[in-house]
Ligand binder design. Sequence first.
Ligand code: PLP
Length: 225
Amino acid sequence: MSSITKNIEKLENELKPYQAQLIAVSKTKPVSDIMEAYEQGFRDFGENKVQELSQKAETMPQDIQWHMIGHLQRNKVKYIAPFVYLIHSIDSLKLLQEVDKQGKRVGRRLQCLLQIHIAEESTKFGLSGEELIELLQSEALMKMDHIQISGLMGMATFTPNESQIRKEFKSLKVLFDKASEFNEQERIQIDILSMGMSNDYKIALEEGSTMIRVGSSIFGSRNYA
Ligand SMILES: *Cc1c(COP(=O)(O)O)cnc(C)c1O
């Protein structure tokens, strides 16, 4: 068994008690690495750049579920709209409107997560708690027929300080529970909480994550991005 396969099996066993889902973050990694996991039956992969995602999706099997996890520019939504499975990184109403527009163009209802800013670092993207509630209540949202809001995503501060990470994940879980109260609305069905990466997924699971995005612990370390 290859190490990629072994790493996925190990993670899936760790996830079982939490009933959470694993997304294998394949950014910067070659198609051959992804195919190893695919041949084992694994289908959910995450990428953070539109160009790389589109190129991989074009050459790889159609039943892969591609997750867009990186910052998404409005002018690039059109490239991924035809095939993307879940967009984790919606950080503004304007971006959501563009996703709706492109969903309409390709005749799909696109599944989206709202990205929340929970880290101390100002470099990370995302909505504040207030902006989240505002967006969920907005008139504009009621007019979008080609999106589905399926949950929230967040990234903790990159730090060895576990209590800091835990505090940030807890704050995201609180917002997740609050946002779920909007679930009676047609375009809102919040049940995915995407939080946790290689260095902090164990804490994320303890704090209520339902979806972890793991790259380097599966495919090995990256040289860039
Ligand atoms: C790269 C990335 C990950 C995975 O990071 P690892 O530390 O390699 O597990 C998860 N989420 C996002 C948004 C990323 O960009």
